[in-house]
Write a protein that binds this ligand. Sequence first.
Ligand SMILES: C[S@@+](CC[C@H](N)C(=O)[O-])C[C@H]1O[C@@H](n2cnc3c(N)ncnc32)[C@H](O)[C@@H]1O
Length: 162
Amino acid sequence: MGDDDVLVDLGGGVGKSVVGGVMIFNASQGFSVELSESRFARACRALERLEGAAASRACGRACRERAGRPGLIEMAHGDLMDFDLSAATVVLAFSTCYPLDFQARLQRKLLRELRLGARVYAPQHKGWDEGLVLGGRSLAPIPYDFGHAFRVEAVGTAPGEL
Ligand SMILES: C[S@@+](CC[C@H](N)C(=O)[O-])C[C@H]1O[C@@H](n2cnc3c(N)ncnc32)[C@H](O)[C@@H]1O
């Protein structure tokens, strides 16, 4: 990831991955959407602590620059199915334990809303239809990964052509 990346964690839990994605892996923005009220509340508290940490001596110049940008990290409370993915370039979907039909709906949402070239990390995607093409787009496996990472590609596009 890098400066051009907008990271969205679908089922963001207590916000660890978006905080790490922005603060360590340099995504320009990170969004977590979490259904559980208690996890969402913990994520918000973590964000407040991060703001406090940014003001401390432990945070050097680069850290302060990243942490100081308003809106850089946002924690949202709600159903991931209602979250607009059109701005995302990297999506995390640790959809462990989701029912198969929910995973299938999620795959369709990813294909409908994500831009071409967006990457998706989905360790659990048993409910996906591997051959699904929607609007001329598919979720193509990224070969160097262990079978969990995908890229939104136009069908018929050779890898790397995007
Ligand atoms: C395996 S945890 C993911 C943890 C997090 N992504 C991380 O990296 O630390 C899955 C999370 O998805 C949340 N979840 C389940 N269904 C959801 C839904 N429909 N919308 C949003 N979050 C959901 C759960 O509450 C849980 O916190």
